[in-house]
Ligand binder design. Structure first.
Ligand code: NAD
Length: 327
């Protein structure tokens, strides 16, 4: 049993969290991760309205009696979402675990703390981690440059970022970005983390709602198959490398280019179609470099069980046994 501050705070068996993912964090996946002993997370903005989020929360409860959370991401969007409406809806439905991510979360953290919620806040550098600590969050999710989606603008890979968190941060933290197997899991614990957060790995499970052709594409992909878009707009995002993302980067390189010049190519509504049609080249979709580690499409129960078993074996002398076997 891997008992850590994170398993205690979240009341889960294994310190494995499924991070928020646009169009992917839906009831079937969140409930499957929670039933497997980790923490499943619903992505609020994937639902078209706060009322739809309420229904998604009820549906998740019908599928699991274990704890699960809701992700709220505060980043630039094409249509401004009703953040307050989503948050109030989740709280009214009895959700008490939130994953927050993105810019200026101060007001939201204050509100959620006032409602007695446990907050996991995603940070891509130590400065933001310390500021979130001061704001009163409960757990930090330290997100390295390897991650899918938005890695911030500091380009700080997990190996150094997590070790720096061990030096600077008092709160328990999850290692996020680049973790997809038990090696990464144990390395994260060695780097001071109390658990892991995985996104890309959970996209490629039986219960993930995306088209099976995209899951197969992830299995085929290597760590070379992602690209950064939005670098020039200080909203960097790591996505699957295809014709659309390469075109976005080419447009961004033109002098004077603006968001409007790429808006049609990058819109989330178009990206969603990738998952519906099973066409990896249709639009933009987030992918971490941990894709290079993924070789199968297991159920969440198989995946969480495998990571738990292998990590325990490594922590109980497996690593030293392997090293001495090489002598
Ligand atoms: P969207 O269709 O509104 O925008 C598509 C992409 O363009 C997003 O990455 C967004 O950040 C970016 N963008 C929008 N306006 C921009 C601007 N003015 N300047 C620079 N970049 C801009 O987004 P969506 O797909 O409907 O997603 C909604 C929100 O959720 C976005 O902020 C997105 O980044 C975020 N998101 C969250 C997760 C998560 O893990 N929770 C994953 C992916 C995306």
């Amino acid at each position: 049993m891997l008992v850590t501050p994170v398993t205690k705070l979240l009341n889960i068996r294994v310190p494995i969290v499924q991070g928020g993912m646009q169009w992917v964090g839906v009831p079937s996946l969140a409930a499957a991760v929670s039933n497997a002993g980790g923490l499943g997370i619903l992505t609020a903005l994937t639902q078209p309205s706060p009322e739809a989020l309420r229904e998604a929360i009820r549906e998740t409860r019908r599928k699991t009696d274990k704890p699960f959370g809701v992700n709220i991401t505060l980043l630039p969007t094409i249509n401004p979402p009703d953040y307050e409406g989503y948050i109030r809806a989740a709280v009214a439905e009895g959700v008490r675990i939130f994953e927050t991510a993105g810019n200026n979360p101060k007001k939201i953290i204050a509100y959620l703390k006032g409602e007695g919620c446990t907050i996991i806040h995603k940070c891509t550098n130590i400065r933001h981690a310390k500021s979130a600590e001061r704001l009163g969050v409960d757990i930090l999710s330290i997100d390295g440059f390897e991650c899918a989606g938005h890695p911030g603008e500091d380009d700080m890979p997990g190996l150094v970022l997590l070790a720096r968190a061990a030096q600077e941060v008092k709160l328990p933290y999850l290692a996020s970005g680049g973790v997809a197997d038990s090696r990464g899991f144990v390395a994260a614990l060695a780097l001071g983390a109390s658990g892991i957060n995985m996104g890309t790995r959970f996209m490629c499970t039986v219960e993930s709602p995306i088209h099976v052709k995209i899951k197969e594409k992830i299995v085929e992909s290597t760590e070379q198959d992602t690209i950064h878009i939005f670098r020039t707009m200080r909203n960097t995002a790591r996505v699957f490398k295809n014709k659309v993302s390469e075109e976005v980067v080419a447009i961004e390189r033109r002098p004077g280019s603006k968001f409007e010049d790429v808006r049609e190519l990058v819109s989330g509504v178009r990206g969603r179609e990738v998952y519906v049609r099973g066409d990896p080249d249709y639009g933009i979709w987030s992918l971490g470099i941990s894709a290079g580690l993924i070789r199968d499409i297991p159920t969440c129960e198989e995946l969480v069980g495998r990571l738990e078993r292998e990590a325990e074996e490594m922590l109980n002398g497996g690593i030293t046994r392997k090293l001495s076997a090489k002598l």
